[in-house]
Design a protein around this ligand. Structure first.
Ligand code: ARG
Length: 389
């Protein structure tokens, strides 16, 4: 067990924050079309227009940089140590023995790639070619933490091939109705042949980790996480949101704010039965209010939904950073007795996320806790021979 004073130590999404990494927009490119992804223009009129390719224009990068830097400043003013990654050149084509892709994407959202689970830093496999090498931007920091903290464990999940065979390419051409039907049964563009997960599909609740099955995390990936984390004392709970048609990354859908309270998405309920784990253990699920923008009003190149409104960053169990425009959510948080720090962040939305996505916690004061003492959990060892779902 790690020491309470360790540098790398973060067991949940809400304990008092001491050290965090904030992404950077430099060198960012538009996400390329690839078997695992087809970017689309946001606005209704632009749906059929071609999505731009190559590096993002300098003024767009400047606008996002300003807001990311302002977040770093706000966090520092709260006594939190903020570190930043170093983006490599992202505009060049990438070629590996198993795939090629026109360019990389950006290093604005460390949350998607990196996760701290207690004293362990885990690098996700990732699910898209353009993000395969994104971990490299964080390696310098990871080495620093690893040298400075002898108790830190460092794990790199097995990299998938990302070859054509790993994807169901025709997924993107399925008519909407078929796509939605298939998605409800959790069939997406990534097959089950290889271990695939993005870090942002996980949410941390002490010894319990919730993982959503999504377009970016497959069942084989969840199985790998179980086999990796269970012997370390964690319990891994797969969850499903059958009505989410933007299904990737859990932090706009199911957002724990303090022990006993999860902010939930009223348009994306948990699959029936999966809420029991929370309700039986006295947790309250509180629906977020409607966001201030509709999906069509989101920034033109933004690939996420209006629910980026819910993508808040907790500084402690009583203090939350929230996007400036999202007044209805701020009012709700206020009623729930949180101190709210509003900050403008909409120019970052085109880079894959909002306040939670653009960060990766390294240290939160607090140790591992069991927030689900009444749990019907069967470790993998007991499930031998059964199909894991
Ligand atoms: N797929 C989510 C939505 O559109 C966006 C998730 C962003 N999260 C992140 N960690 N990048 O609602």
């Amino acid at each position: 067990m790690p020491e309470a004073g360790s540098l790398v130590n973060s067991w949940n999404e809400w304990d008092p924050l001491r050290e965090i990494v904030v992404g950077v927009a430099d060198n960012a490119c538009f996400e390329p079309r690839e078997p695992g992804y087809r970017p689309q223009l946001r606005t209704r009129d632009g749906r059929d227009a071609a999505f731009p390719t190559g590096p993002k224009p300098a003024e767009m990068i400047e606008r996002a940089t300003e807001q990311l830097d302002a977040l770093a400043l706000l966090l520092r003013s709260q006594g939190i140590t903020v570190r930043r990654p170093e983006p490599p050149v992202l505009a060049d084509a990438v070629r590996t023995p198993t795939f090629e892709v026109a360019n990389q994407y950006c290093v604005v959202c460390p949350r998607d790639v990196m996760i701290t689970l207690g004293n362990e830093i885990l690098e996700a496999t990732m699910s898209r070619r353009a993000r395969y090498f994104e971990y490299q931007a964080y390696r310098k920091l990871v080495y620093e933490y690893w040298h400075a903290d002898p108790g830190m464990e460092w794990t790199v999940a097995p990299k998938p091939s990302m070859s054509d065979a790993m994807y169901r390419e025709d997924f993107w051409d399925w008519p909407l109705e078929k796509r939605h039907r298939k998605m409800r049964s959790f069939e997406f563009c990534v097959t089950q042949d290889e271990v695939v997960f993005d870090a942002a599909d996980m949410s941390r609740f002490g010894r319990d980790v919730v993982v959503q099955e999504s377009m970016t995390t497959n069942r084989t990936g969840i199985h790998w996480l179980k086999r990796h984390l269970e012997p370390r004392g964690f319990r891994v709970h797969p969850v499903h949101f059958p009505l989410d048609f933007f299904l990737s990354h859990i932090d706009c859908t199911f957002v724990p704010l303090r022990p006993g309270l999860v902010l939930t998405n009223p348009e994306r309920p948990l699959r029936e039965g999966e809420e029991q784990m929370f309700l039986r253990n006295g947790w309250e699920l509180v629906d977020a209010p409607q966001p201030t923008s509709s999906n069509d009003e989101m920034p033109r190149y933004c690939q996420s939904s209006k629910w980026l409104s819910m993508n808040v960053l907790s500084l402690s169990p009583t203090k939350v950073v929230c996007e400036e425009q999202e007044k209805p959510l701020q009012d709700l948080l206020d009623k729930l007795n949180f101190e709210v720090l509003p900050i403008p962040f909409r120019d970052v939305f085109e880079y894959g996320g909002s306040l939670h996505c653009a960060t990766w916690d390294i240290n939160r004061v607090g140790m591992v806790e069991d927030y689900f003492p009444r749990l019907d959990y069967r470790p993998l060892a007991q499930q031998r021979g059964e199909r894991v779902t």
